[in-house]
Design a protein around this ligand. Structure first.
Ligand code: PEP
Ligand code: MG
Length: 568
């Protein structure tokens, strides 16, 4: 029950923007009454019960496949993977075992899913998102069995503020941005799956809002994605005025056409993050100077075997082609399989702690040919399209790794760089830069590894926040190394898409910012409203701040001085 003193809830701001509308809480439970009624009529015979289970699981998988057929690229891959999980043979065997032990069907499904959840949870970060998926699939199968509406996001026609405990990847993949005014979740951090998708879709988003699910039902909400606040039942007239003003500002932003620079003309290259040919094509229409991060592994989420060099070349060429000419370039990242991005043909199974295991460049330690084949394909795609192509490796931790990667890339006539995602790479940025042509700060992982907080952990949003001063100090160290070496040091993590933080990153010395194309105009307009000196002062204040909230506040005060507050 929300009282007058609780009408303003706080969370972690993810995508700026103001929205006012009716709350729509995502169904995450099946009505107890429906479950009870079904329990009394469920088939008692083990084989009958298994047949009913199979039919329900197949229907759920079909639902995912139908949605996959209407989605593109990475979203389709996520949905296809969910379809596979719904009819997973291991899960089915666990259900059968429970039935044989005499459990009724609904209990058998519950037990089987929970066994898998325990195993996945014990495996750590890699499987965190699969646990959300598994529970989502359990609910969907139960719903099919008892004849209740399938849980998940079924949106009403009128646009709503979408509220959820957390959203499964399968839910966020199918979201229609025209029907979602804003997205608010109770759990999840700024680098969670929900946050990344919301940013791609350009939907105002706040995560980690404690108590929102219980508080929001049947209420109207005013969501501020810049400050991370959610106001419950605000005065409708005042809320409408604020939303209209924000919409007018957004409209003004829509006209922003680049290039990226501060008010006093300091150039900052604004780039796009892409996942496949479809996102490349839409990114090419945005006012960007190229692509700062092509996450190649996302093009292979649904592949069980490694595509041939020729097939990979086609995939890369399709993503590179829209950026041929016009002085644009594309930074291709080699496979970052493992941990939160499991790829069937590359990920090492059964790791105790996958986030600290064999992921990214580390895959090439035991299988160097996998990297060599990918580099051959990237080089062939670069040649075929004529696109200026840079290549970088994820999860680099040592100078030696950077040196040997750069040699492989340069032997194919391409520019070589590495990502700074591990604190050791930031600390040795000078020495690593002596080996490569450029650095790109992956602030999502850099935050995870600096703060020792799993980026997928729902309850650690305050630690997985790139405004953490410790993270900003590592960014500063890396950017200073770039200035000394006169080489580019960009940021391609989610931090670059936060207009306020983008100014701080520029103040710290970042030379480029790469983000979801939907975020580019807001970042570009924000930068254009401040001077480099203001960015530097905001950066100094953020470095000195005690915590992320204080860092945001200090930066906002300094950056708003002398210019009207913009979207962030
Ligand atoms: C990062 O870690 O910041 C990054 C850009 O890589 P990813 O999010 O794909 O791990
Ligand atoms: Mg990363």
């Amino acid at each position: 029950m929300v009282t007058a003193s609780e009408v303003l809830l706080h969370g972690t701001p993810v995508v700026p923007g103001l929205a006012h509308g009716r709350a729509h809480v995502v169904v995450s439970e099946i009505p107890a009454e429906a479950l009870r009624a079904y329990g009394e009529t469920a088939p008692a015979d083990e084989n009958d019960a298994l047949a009913v289970y199979d039919a329900a699981a197949a229907a759920v998988a079909d639902g995912f496949r139908t949605r996959a057929a209407h989605a593109d690229g990475a979203s389709a891959g996520v949905l296809t993977a969910s379809a596979g999980l719904a009819t997973d043979r291991g899960l089915r065997s666990a259900v059968r075992k429970e039935l044989r032990a005499g459990e009724p069907l609904l209990t058998a499904i519950d037990h089987a899913v929970e066994q898998f959840v325990t195993v996945f949870t014990g495996m750590g970060g890699l499987m965190a998102e699969r646990v959300t998926d598994l529970r989502d699939i359990r609910l969907r199968i139960l719903a099919r069995l008892v004849g209740a509406p399938e849980p998940g996001v079924s949106l009403p026609d009128e646009p709503v503020v979408l509220i959820a405990g957390d959203l499964a990847p399968a839910d966020t993949s199918g979201l229609d941005p025209a029907r979602v005014l804003a997205l608010v979740t109770e759990r999840g951090g700024p680098t969670s799956h929900t946050a990344i998708i919301a940013r791609q879709l350009g939907i105002p988003c706040v995560v980690g809002v404690g108590g929102i699910v219980a508080a929001a039902a049947h209420r109207h909400l005013l969501v501020d994605g810049a400050t991370g606040t959610v106001e419950i039942d605000p005065d409708p007239a005042a809320a409408t005025v604020r939303v209209r003003a924000a919409a007018a500002e957004r409209e003004a932003l829509a006209g922003w056409s680049g290039p990226g620079r501060t008010a006093d003309g300091h150039a900052v290259s604004l780039l796009a993050n892409i996942a496949d040919a479809a996102s490349a094509a839409s990114a090419a229409a945005a006012p960007v100077a190229g692509v700062g991060l092509f996450r190649t592994e996302l093009a292979f989420l649904d592949r069980s075997t490694e595509p041939s060099v020729a097939a990979q070349t086609d995939v890369y060429a399709a993503a590179l082609a829209p950026f041929a000419g016009q002085g644009r370039h594309v930074v291709v990242r080699t496979l970052d399989a493992g941990s939160d991005k499991p790829i069937a043909f590359a990920t090492h199974p059964d790791e105790e702690n996958p986030a600290l295991g064999v992921r990214g460049l580390r895959l090439s330690f035991t299988d160097p040919a996998l990297l060599e084949r990918q580099l051959d394909a990237i080089a062939a795609a670069a040649e075929r399209t004529g696109t200026t192509t840079w290549v970088m490796a994820p999860m680099v931790a040592t100078v030696d790794e950077a040196r040997s990667f750069a040699a492989s890339v340069r032997s194919r006539g391409l520019r070589a760089g590495v990502m700074v995602e591990v604190p050791s790479a930031a600390l040795l940025a000078d020495r690593i830069l002596a080996e490569v042509d450029f650095l790109s700060l992956g602030t999502n992982d850099l935050t995870q590894y600096t703060m020792a907080a799993d980026r997928m952990a729902s309850d650690l949003a305050h630690l997985t926040d790139p405004w953490q001063p410790a993270v900003l100090h590592l960014v500063a160290l890396t950017a200073r190394a770039g200035t000394r070496a006169s080489k580019s040091v960009g940021v391609c993590g989610e931090a670059a898409a936060d207009p306020l933080l983008a100014c701080v990153l520029v103040g710290l010395g970042a030379t480029s910012l790469s983000m979801a194309p939907a975020a580019v105009r807001a970042v570009g307009a924000r930068l254009e409203a401040v001077t480099l000196q203001q960015c530097r002062e905001a950066a100094a204040a953020a470095l000195d701040a005690a915590d992320p909230a204080a860092a945001r506040e200090a930066a906002r005060t300094l950056l708003d001085a002398g210019s009207g507050p913009l979207m962030a």
